[in-house]
Ligand binder design. Structure first.
Ligand code: AMP
Ligand code: MN
Ligand code: MN
Ligand code: MN
Length: 286
């Protein structure tokens, strides 16, 4: 049987629009045969996703998308790198991943407060309560997507992308520098909890080709096993470049939509790339 694996998606436990239940249902309807909910820095939605997946008889693997920082040795520049963890066998508060998430929750909540303070100064409007409400009242669940939505609602931007370009992106007035756990710490926690570490959307980080090559070397050295194939909407040249790098570094591959909701119509749930000859799905390790 052909595996249609969508192993990177978001629910309203982070910046996705759907509940875990509705997300799993949508994936099942789209023909997904192996699924993971990978919210940003939380596994709080996984139990609900599991209930629905069992109801529908769709295999689900435990998942998360960790925000990490990677510092390039030659330039000392820090980059935000997302690492997807799949198939963790323990995720409770005492597990290695659970302990790391305690730190990440504090970092995310504190960063949200700092960004809100900057936005309130710029806009002269109260932001915190409205932003918190968008994240379901969980400060540790606030992402820049929620902040972008708030800016749009307040009339400061007309598109979410504009909110990043003008306020929230690196170097912009409401940007708060990185303080995430390091990429190595993130990979180690996933592996120590029984999971596989997957480099998320490698070509979506604005890295130069040279930096990307170094990232792959460092990710592998840190214990990372797999790399996501470029999303289905990325150009063929991007896919060819990644195919070469994946083969060269002997990575397993993962496939994903990075679905957040229908507000991004170019990313459809279950819409995943096919493996090239010789590529092996990370699910063989799960
Ligand atoms: P955070 O983890 O809080 O920094 O938020 C990152 C999330 O914001 C990503 O997972 C995307 O969903 C969204 N995002 C990041 N950059 C952009 C962008 N340039 N345009 C639209 N959404 C973005
Ligand atoms: Mn997101
Ligand atoms: Mn990501
Ligand atoms: Mn994602």
């Amino acid at each position: 049987m052909i595996v249609r694996a969508d192993l990177h998606t978001h629910s309203h436990f982070s910046d996705g629009q759907l509940s875990p239940t509705d997300l799993v249902t949508a994936a099942h309807q789209a023909g997904v045969t192996l699924f993971a909910l990978t919210d940003h820095d939380t596994v709080d939605g996984v139990a609900e996703a599991r209930l629905q997946a069992e109801l529908l008889g769709m295999p689900l693997v435990n998942g998360i998308e960790l925000s990490t920082q990677w510092t390039r040795a030659t330039t000392k520049r820090a980059w935000s790198i997302h690492v997807v963890g799949l198939g963790m066998t323990e995720m409770g508060p005492e597990s290695p991943l659970g302990r790391l998430l305690e730190t990440q929750k504090d970092i995310r909540a504190e960063r949200a407060r700092q960004i809100c303070a900057k936005l309130e100064k710029i806009t002269k409007r109260p932001a915190w309560d409205a932003v918190l409400a968008k994240a379901g009242g969980r400060p540790e669940g606030i992402t820049r997507s929620h902040l972008a939505q708030w800016l749009m609602q307040e009339g400061w931007v007309t598109k979410l992308q504009q909110a990043f370009d003008r306020f929230l992106g690196e170097g912009k007035p409401a940007y708060v520098p990185l303080s995430w756990v390091t990429m190595s710490e993130g990979v180690a926690a996933i592996r120590a909890s029984g999971g596989q570490a997957v480099l998320a959307h490698p070509t979506k980080n604005n890295l130069t080709a040279t930096a990307l090559r170094q990232l792959l070397i460092d990710f592998k050295a840190a214990g990372g096993q797999a790399v996501e194939l470029p999303l289905a909407n990325e150009p063929p040249a991007t896919r060819q470049m990644m195919n070469r790098l994946i083969a060269q570094h002997e990575f397993w591959v993962s496939t994903a939509s990075d679905y957040h909701g229908d507000h991004q119509p170019w990313l459809k749930i279950g819409h995943v790339p096919s493996l090239a000859d010789g590529q092996r799905g990370v699910w063989e390790l799960l």
